[in-house]
Ligand binder design. Sequence first.
Ligand SMILES: [Zn+2]
Length: 408
Amino acid sequence: MSYFKKMDNFLIARTNKYNVFRCLVRQGPINRAAIARLTNLSIPTVMTITAELLEKKVIRSIGKGESSGGKPPEMLELVPDSYYTVGVDIGRTMIRLVANNAAFEQRASLQELTGNPLPAKDFVKRVSGLILRIIHMLHTEKEKIIGIGIAMPGLIEKETGRVIFSPDFEWSSVPLREWLLENLPFTLLVENANRALALNESYFEGEEDQNHTTFSVNLGHGIGAGLVLGEELYMGAVGASGEIGHITVERNGPLCMCGNRGCLEAVASGDAIAKKAKSLMEKGRAPILAELCGGKGHEIEARTVFEAAAAGDPEAGKIVDEAAEYIGMGLSMAINVLDPDRLILCGGLMRNGPSFFEKIKASIQKHKMKQTGRELVIFQGTKGENSTAMGACRLLVNTLWNEQRLPI
Ligand SMILES: [Zn+2]
């Protein structure tokens, strides 16, 4: 098993401690000799680090294990409830919260419909209330909550947690982190929802090789993505990486929320699919679709268009095929530029049957440079509805570690 290999001279001691801790999280219960073998550290180094972790009560001894000839070794494991994190996914339709322990086991969850738009400050107050409610559900002392990760659609200023622009909520320059801190005396991190999702989707329990380059794309109302290198999210210079929804795929195409024309999101997102279908129906050109929504254009969602296509509506079918073609084009650009070995497709559009996934894959094969992506594996996200909130927790833990603030 290869653990973190970034052995910067100034970071060796810290990296060693992290590797031992991660080994305990992933492989525990485990003895010291096995930790030394898996992490390539000496037994005395492992002994020093485990003594420190035992003293801090983040790991514990659970007695003797099986002997392989000599003295039976002492077995160590993580104390799962030594600390907790809260993850919040603020979505256009639903607000989802999870509370995890140190082993990333979910200890509580909560969800509520986002509902009709409120003034930003009132909405933020409502989110604060939900966070306090899930913390209460944990029945633990406040000191054990090491922080709260917030996943929010839109462009986020990473240093301040300010939402620069969120078309989903029609927010510009909303000091989300600052307002939440008024009611929540915790470490608080705000991140783009697509990237939080990408981080969680790229993580697989017990996986031995942690050196993957994963590009994870969220195909929903909008389109966004995240690049994960190993277990670390790639942030970019100002924290705006992954905006694949706003690459131009159609010159002079439809106007996008971002102000440009012909963005991938403006031609192939869930909203774009619904908008195109509505316009066709109004021209009397999608009879099955019209029947499915009772002739009410405002009730058309992407899901309705997929249903109409499956029921044989040719115009709805064309819209779906065109969206898959454009998504494949966009993703092939990412593959050519980034050379990932894993491409994960997530989000609401992927819940419309297997043929959409197959069509996207066919489009990728058609558009990507033939020599790229030889190692690429393409699959659908599997982590369920709380994945973005879980990703917000993971990102928080990674950030606290990088800032040496994780209590280990
Ligand atoms: Zn755009």
